[in-house]
Ligand binder design. Structure first.
Ligand code: 9Z3
Length: 340
């Protein structure tokens, strides 16, 4: 077993870590779907969503995980669809999904608003099921859009579980989308683990207790934004998210990411305030002082009281995030009208 810490570049990562078994099949489906979107002249956004796991054993009994429920990604995907984008929704298995998110088992369990109607007709012994009147309008609204999206074929869903699945899938899907050039938007909202255990260091079987404490040294997940910008995508508009719990770090870390990776926007969010405020950080290419990059920061804020589930007229900050991004992406596409 290798025990020294390894520093993985994206290249050495993909050369040493095995692809998920479903990758080839997923990519075939993506290729076919992307061709249809190209033919239809649509803009396409890749939305990543939810957390990633880090298995501690090869025969996995235990794993590390994170808090992300996939709300940001699932909600954003709906607003992108509404704005006319075709969406590849790449999400953590069992995290929230567009449309069905409105009826998640914990916040709005759909079984609670279905009713069994008493049957008046003695020849029909199968009772009918209906939706309680007060929930009908909401459900009709969600269902109408969902059915329209299904009929148009503009939502394509892929799932991952581990950080390894995520990285392989992200690279493959980005490469497939690169044919769209400027019409592709990449919206990286998944909460990706920073640390992992490479295959070569994984215990094959369940880690045994009885030896006292457990120490595990993890390696750093390679920073994939750099190859994503330079190699996997071509002229795509790339938006990453930066999550912090210390508000002081949000803008400095977002700036470092932009400078280091060269993509278009970092959306910064604080763990506890993420549902009602985010900051858009971007480089200001026209203004350089002493060779230093200048940055623009724009806060988007909504009234926190409007975000509480259960209120009549709920407001979702993703509506404003997507409106802003569509404007920016439109300007990005307009820079080079000759590109597809
Ligand atoms: C985010 O910051 C997302 O907005 C949240 C959404 C994960 C906070 P929920 O799923 O939460 O709605 O519960 N995502 C990106 C976090 C991340 O891992 N960013 C990496 C980093 O900060 C860069 S890609 O280094």
């Amino acid at each position: 077993m290798i025990t020294e810490p390894t520093s993985f570049s994206a290249e050495s990562y993909f050369a040493t870590q095995p692809p998920p078994p479903t990758l080839e099949h997923d990519v075939e489906r993506v290729t076919e779907w992307v061709q249809k979107q190209v033919a239809a002249g649509r803009r396409v956004v890749l939305v990543t969503s939810g957390g990633t796991t880090v298995p501690l054993e090869l025969n996995v009994v235990r794993f590390l995980d994170n808090f992300s429920a996939g709300t940001r990604g699932a909600t954003s995907a709906e607003y992108f669809l509404k704005a006319g984008y075709a969406v590849i929704f790449m999400h953590r298995q069992f995290s929230l999904q567009p449309f069905s998110r409105h009826y998640s088992h914990s916040t709005n369990p759909f079984l609670d608003f279905l009713e069994i109607e008493p049957s008046n007709d003695s020849s029909d012994s199968t009772p009918r099921i209906s939706v309680t009147p007060e929930k009908r309008a909401d459900l009709r609204e969600v269902l109408t859009v969902y059915k329209a999206v299904q009929a148009a074929g503009t939502l394509f869903t892929l799932s991952f579980v581990t950080v390894n699945d995520y990285l392989w899938l992200l690279r493959a899907v980005s490469q497939e989308l690169s044919v769209l050039r400027r019409k592709a938007l990449y919206y990286l909202a998944a909460a990706v683990s920073d640390f992992f255990l490479p295959r070569q260091k994984l215990s094959v079987h369940k880690i045994q207790s009885g030896k006292g404490s457990l120490s595990i040294e993890m390696d750093q997940v390679p920073k994939i934004l750099k190859p994503m910008v330079d190699e996997w995508t071509r002229d795509g508009y790339i938006v990453s998210f930066k999550l912090e719990t210390d508000p002081e770090l949000l803008i400095p870390k977002a700036r470092i990411a932009l400078e280091r990776y060269g993509h278009q926007v970092v959306i910064g969010n604080d763990l506890h305030r993420r549902k009602f405020e985010v900051v858009f950080v971007s480089r200001n290419p026209d203004h350089q002082t002493n060779g230093d990059t200048e940055f623009t920061e724009n806060w988007l804020k909504i009234d926190p009281a409007l975000t509480h589930p259960g209120i009549e007229q709920i407001k979702e900050i993703e509506e404003d995030i997507i409106r802003e991004l569509v404007k920016k992406h439109t300007a990005w596409i307009a820079v080079s009208p000759t590109s597809t």
